[in-house]
Design a protein around this ligand. Sequence first.
Ligand code: FE2
Ligand code: FE2
Length: 237
Amino acid sequence: MSTAAQPTQVRDEQEFERQPEPYKTAVRKIVRSHAVNELYGAQVFDEPAIALAPTPYAKWLTCRVAMEEYGHHVRFRELGEKIGIPQAEMLPAGKKPLSIFEFPMTTWAEFCVIKLLADMAEILQVEDLATCSFHPLRNLARMTMPEERFHAQFGREFCQELCKTAEGKQAVQDAIDRYFPMLPAFFGADGSANNAKFRQFGIKQRKNEEMRADYLKRAKELVEELGLTLPTLPKAA
Ligand SMILES: [Fe+2]
Ligand SMILES: [Fe+2]
């Protein structure tokens, strides 16, 4: 735990307006990034996955996941509008989405692995925001959390299901081998100046490198639970 002075708590959008410009810029950066990435993820992964789902039951749950991911975008965008982020900046065309969305998903096994690994990464981010000094963002993170947990659980259960057959297990391992190397970068650079500001303002709690280390530990446990392995990452990751 930090020994620094407690950061100011910002209870609503009116109080937000009165905060120093660097605080407002930092909060807007996070809200903008979530609005863009939730939408882009829904467009490139969750919605197309409905067509890949093998059974009516799997399609039903995938529809629910897609609905919730679009819902996350809508909620973050609504908050963004209240704190002065131009609408265009909250769309993938206005701001480049993260590289984890560049994975070319073409199979159901790949989608299940994306939910298993990427939504676990998202859970860590949302956990970190759940004690954020800007309360509307904190509340949004708390509201989003059970849904992100459902997505990760969805990934885990469908991966378990696939792993019951030899080909399924091979397909899941293969998707993990290709997708997992994209994930460590999701947490940002070590020693990031942006992250230092987020922590100074009490917007985020942990360093990028701490979150990444925690993620790698949790991802390893998750994958080993399936009887699979994580690929070795290149040194720079
Ligand atoms: Fe989400
Ligand atoms: Fe999710």
